[in-house]
Design a protein around this ligand. Structure first.
Ligand SMILES: C[S@@+](CC[C@H](N)C(=O)[O-])C[C@H]1O[C@@H](n2cnc3c(N)ncnc32)[C@H](O)[C@@H]1O
Length: 339
């Protein structure tokens, strides 16, 4: 989709100068951009790693003195995150430079276009493939409203996070339900898969028994917030893809509220991959506690990887599941899963 919009925006071929692209994904066809002059700001682990594997410079932040000749911002879905990315890119461009905005209609490109028209000169608006790309000429002086800049805010008492991070406005109700069902005493070595800004991990650390807790999270902004929120020395932070996460030694507890969306698409395969990882990193006697939306079909994959699976709580929206004891010699082990 975006490929065709990029080609329409740059009909002369590779644009000249150093180009910043905020939000390009690993699978994007970036023609006619050149990897030689391109820096991509990408905070999602798998996309970041995939871009690097393609020989593209990928970063999670920009140093204050980084300067570019032009920039493209792929709109994030959350409006506050989209505005923050625009403010960030604009801050690294000189007056007169071009800032291109590319986005899907479903991600609010029309409303951002309307807002930017009031702030700067906008032209070269092209609609294609359920989205738009357009050019903003960077004006002299401060032109971005102060509230557009990314600012940490309190998501819950004692917990900060940033726009665009999962459940940035408060504690996720699924995680709250899971926390209620965690036992008073947890195993010694625990992993939180998809730890977000750290609320669930903090609840686990408040239980007896935990001597080490690993937070695994793909969103760099989320894991950095978690790092700020949890200063307990038992916590270790991993910016990583939970689907292929490993530790040198197995653990005896996993907690998780797995994601089930890739972009706007519901994708239970993601949760299934988290379940497979839990099975792989747990000892035979280890336990998994997870929460999921009730309608998500995780029973078959849980039965494939765990010997005993119990629903220990829930309501009409969520189910809380405890799974234990690997089927040693069964599917999980045969697949090279549990040790
Ligand atoms: C449903 S949220 C739960 C967040 C957190 N545990 C909480 O209670 O608020 C799922 C989290 O998984 C993260 N995530 C999505 N895909 C991931 C992946 N492949 N590896 C690691 N984390 C991922 C998301 O960024 C999100 O923070």
């Amino acid at each position: 989709m975006t490929q065709s919009r990029l080609e329409l925006a740059f009909p002369q071929g590779t644009p000249e100068g150093k180009l910043l692209f905020v939000g390009a994904a690993a699978g994007d066809n970036l023609h006619p951009l050149s990897p030689e002059t391109l820096t991509v700001l990408q905070r999602q682990y798998a996309d970041h790693a995939g871009l690097k594997a393609r020989g593209i410079e990928a970063v999670t932040a920009l140093s204050g003195d980084a300067r570019f000749d032009l920039a493209i911002v792929r709109l994030a879905r959350a409006k506050a995150a989209a505005r923050a990315d625009i403010a960030l890119a604009a801050g690294h461009l000189p007056a007169g430079a071009s800032l291109w905005i590319d986005g899907q209609k479903t991600d609010g490109v029309d409303s951002i276009l309307k807002e930017l028209r009031k702030l700067a000169h906008v032209d070269e608006v092209t609609s294609k493939a359920h989205g738009k790309i357009f050019r903003v000429g960077i004006p002299q002086g401060d032109w971005i409203p102060a509230e557009w800049h990314a600012r940490e805010h309190e998501a819950a008492p004692g917990f900060v996070t940033l726009p665009g991070v999962f459940s940035a406005d408060g504690i996720d109700p699924g995680s709250a339900l899971l926390a209620q069902h965690l036992p008073e005493k947890l195993p010694t070595r625990v992993v939180d898969l998809g730890a977000g800004w750290g609320w669930l991990s903090a609840q686990a650390l408040s239980r007896a028994g935990v001597s080490e807790l690993h937070l695994v999270e793909a969103d760099h902004a989320a894991i950095e917030s978690a790092r700020r929120n949890i200063t307990d020395p038992r916590a270790t932070f991993h910016w990583a893809d939970a689907r292929d996460f490993r530790l040198p030694d197995p653990v005896n507890g996993v907690i998780m509220n797995p994601p089930f969306h890739q972009g706007r698409q519901a994708d239970p395969k993601l949760g299934a991959a988290f379940i497979a990882t839990a099975a792989r990193i747990l000892t035979g006697a280890g336990r998994l506690w997870m929460v999921a939306n009730r309608h998500l079909p995780y029973e078959a994959v849980l039965a494939e990887y765990f010997g005993q699976v119990h629903e220990i709580g829930g309501d009409n929206r969520f189910k809380v599941i405890e799974a234990t004891a690997a089927n040693r010699g069964s599917a999980a082990t045969r697949k090279g899963g549990r040790r």
